[in-house]
Design a protein around this ligand. Structure first.
Ligand SMILES: Nc1nc2c(ncn2[C@@H]2O[C@H](COP(=O)(O)OP(=O)(O)O)[C@@H](O)[C@H]2O)c(=O)[nH]1
Ligand SMILES: [Mg+2]
Length: 703
């Protein structure tokens, strides 16, 4: 493959809902261009970009995958992305690496949740979007219905440039409105051979209607074109393309095309339109990168070969027999095979051995890659997703991919005793590969927690861990980190006395406990006057109280938000020591805390749900039944329904992502953030206390 410069490169993310035909289309595009030698199939597990064992087994995309189509002297880098919400991190990474999006909509299922979500993501990033209605050969396909849905749910500015002739089993051709020519496909040719004709007579009326819309839309984008149109002149092809490209760039126009990836109908036209309408890598907006490893000023990054090399690693994938493969987008400069580069994110040097481009699972080694291109290398030492590669002389850090926040949390346990360390190591490597997968240890509940975008996401991570690191783990509902606090003030004594021959032990203290504001933790105040406890023993009392407070008095949870005043006590000149006063502190805690009307605190999250209005009542009712407190409701804007903010106990939010998804058919989204602790209502608290005393009994029975 020859070298391509940034003006000859198009980087396109292929987006849409799961099973809308993205992977099949990428395969068909690469095949039709001649860059891929075989027409693969998702069903048979041979699609170009679905090659991970997890993908072949499940028959849907989990990882983004890269393919190349050389067409019209241009290199189109296609980034196939997963459609399901659980793997949205990779779809966003794909968009970050690309300069435009090809949004695939199934001709049968139409606009779905994933279509809507990723279309909006692309528009928010100001990426031009080109629509393609796929699967038009499938039974129940309907071009007009899908077009209506796109208009209503995504954008009124969608404009068909092609229309199909026939649908479902009678889908046999595509009319290009602009060239006014029809392609009638020959059945059974793998490469989509066609005969070019005039618009068939029976299609004339439909053609006229759509043609009028197209011309008017294009004319409206530009005053001189509009004038020419109103004077009754034709708008030439070049002008129309330029106008469309400008309209796409401004987010005012979204052209739409038709295809069947399975039959290779319409695929070559999509290739040509990607070349003509998508911005080249050279046209990318400059990026502002941070200079140096700690740098506080920024440098502008342009897709020029003569600038220093900078690239962003947007995906790390571990592959059998190869190890970790890093995919990177070059934002400036060029890079040669074997080059020494510098990872300023982690301050390490790296060598780009076997510099390659990816054609699905195959790697094509190249001597050099130029600005704007996408490449991959294997076996970098310490480079992970979201790191910037640059040079020792000009170290920079590029803006990172903003990964979606995790939505589901589980506790994870090694299935076999003794595998704990292997599990820990595996989890951390999986996080380096996929930043939407997070790992934390919760010291209060003594559990390792994993979080991700959905149950399916975590389940896939477990099977990856098993395949790659040979270790199995299980997920359980995480324990809730309850806490205890006091609501009344009280005082009392802690007295420790032991006389067992020889030297005895003696410590005696009087303390007062006072409730303190939420979040203030623990405070100790020494109010001893007249030396009733020598000052060298006072820290020991404090220590004893703190030690006892780790397991509160109600249900064994840590006690927080209280103030302790040590105001009196006594000592023995021979028998008193630090140990004795620590014991006195422990005893004082038990006596006094029990008198302070202890209550349970529970952790709460603030969540924000965005839902179509049809489901608003249902969503709010459900939040209330989870003991949620609604903070407010407002319009989400852009016809996206409403946004509800609520504070909900964490204990009620386990699997909320899954529940919300099924309640709203995937149309609602939410974010969650830890909010703080609050007192638990008595009834709910009693259940927790009862559960804790029954586990205590079990523990005792085991002993
Ligand atoms: N009949 C027909 N089936 C298709 C077409 N494109 C994809 N499919 C099938 O639809 C299913 C989902 O396709 P896939 O490419 O995996 O969709 P993705 O999840 O968007 O990547 C697979 O079983 C494909 O074989 C098409 O153009 N026509
Ligand atoms: Mg796919």
């Amino acid at each position: 493959m020859r070298e391509y410069g940034s003006a000859e490169i198009r980087n396109v993310a292929v987006l849409g809902h799961g099973a809308s035909g993205k992977t099949s289309l990428v395969d068909a595009l690469a095949f039709a261009s001649g860059s891929s030698k075989r027409h693969g199939s998702v069903k048979e597990g041979t699609a170009l970009t679905d090659y991970a064992p997890e993908e072949i087994e499940r028959k849907y995309s989990i990882n983004l995958g890269c393919a190349v189509a050389e067409w019209m002297d241009t290199k189109i880098n296609l980034i196939d992305t997963p459609g399901y919400l659980d793997f949205q991190g990779d779809a966003i990474a794909g968009l970050t690496a690309a300069d435009g999006a090809l949004c695939v909509v199934s001709g049968v299922a139409g606009v779905e949740v994933g279509t809507e979500r990723m279309f909006r993501e692309a528009v928010t990033r100001k990426d031009p979007v080109l629509f393609v209605v796929s699967m038009l050969d499938k039974e129940h396909a309907s071009f007009d219905r899908v077009l209506q849905q796109i208009r209503q749910r995504l954008t009124p500015n969608v404009i068909p440039v092609e229309i199909p002739i026939g649908e479902g089993s009678s889908f046999r051709g595509i009319i290009n409105l602009f060239s006014k020519r029809a392609h009638l496909y020959k059945k059974g040719t793998k490469t989509g051979e066609y005969e070019e004709t005039d618009v068939p007579a029976d299609q004339k009326e439909r053609f006229d209607g759509y043609y009028q819309q197209l011309i008017e839309t294009i004319a409206a984008t530009d005053d001189t074109l509009l004038e020419r149109y109103l004077e009754g002149n034709e708008i030439g092809r070049e002008d129309a393309i330029a106008a469309m490209k400008a309209g796409m760039k401004g987010g005012d126009l979204f052209p739409l095309f038709c295809c069947s990836a399975e039959l290779s109908y319409g695929v070559r036209a999509v290739l040509s339109k990607l070349v003509e309408l998508m911005p080249s890598a050279y046209e990318m907006e400059e990026l502002h990168a941070l200079k140096g490893a700690e740098g506080d000023h920024t440098v502008e990054i342009h897709a020029r070969d003569d600038a220093p090399f900078t690239g962003l690693v947007f995906k790390t994938q571990s592959e059998p027999h190869v190890g970790d493969v890093s995919f990177f987008r070059i934002f400036s400069g060029s890079v040669a095979n074997g080059a020494d580069v510098f990872n300023a994110t982690r301050n390490v040097a790296e060598k780009l051995g076997h510099l390659s481009i990816a054609q699905g699972r195959d790697r094509i080694e190249v001597p050099r890659l130029r600005a704007g291109d996408i490449g991959c290398v294997a076996k970098l030492k310490n480079t992970h997703t979201n790191d910037t590669l640059s040079t020792r002389e000009h170290p920079v850090r590029l803006p990172q991919i903003t990964v979606p926040e995790p939505l589901v949390v589980f506790a994870i346990h090694a299935s076999a005793r003794g595998d704990e360390e292997k599990v820990q190591a595996g989890l951390h490597r999986l996080h380096d590969e996929d930043p939407t997968f997070e790992v934390h240890y919760n010291p209060e509940t003594h559990e390792t927690l994993v979080s991700g975008l959905g149950e399916r996401h975590l389940e896939i991570m477990l099977s990856k861990m098993k395949r790659k690191y040979g270790v199995q783990a299980e997920l359980t509902r995480p324990r809730v980190a309850y806490r205890e606090t006091i609501t009344a003030k009280a005082e009392g004594q802690g007295r420790h006395k032991k006389q067992t021959g020889g030297r005895g032990q003696f410590g005696d203290c009087w303390v007062r406990f006072l409730p303190a504001p939420r979040g203030s933790g623990y405070h100790f105040e020494d109010k001893i006057v007249g030396g009733s406890i020598p000052s060298k023993f006072i820290p020991a009392v404090d220590k004893g109280i703190q030690e006892a407070a780790v397991r509160g008095v109600l249900a064994g949870y840590p006690m927080v938000d209280f103030k302790v005043e040590l105001f009196d006590g006594s000592y023995h000149s021979v028998d008193s020591n630090e140990m004795s006063f620590k014991m006195a502190g422990i005893l004082a805690f038990k006596t006094v805390a029990a008198k302070c009307r202890t209550v349970l605190l529970e952790p709460l999250d603030e969540i924000e749900v965005t839902t179509p209005d049809d489901y608003l009542g249902d969503v709010m009712g459900d939040l209330s039944s989870r003991r949620g407190h609604i903070l407010g409701t407002e319009s989400a804007g852009d016809g996206r329904g409403s946004r509800v903010r609520a504070v909900v106990p964490q204990s009620e939010l386990h699997l909320y992502a899954t529940d919300l998804h099924s309640r709203t058919h995937g149309r609602a989204t939410f974010t969650r953030r830890f909010r703080g602790y609050e007192q638990m209502p008595a009834e709910a608290a009693e259940r927790v206390i009862a559960a804790s005393s029954s586990t205590k009994k079990e523990e005792l029975a085991e002993v």
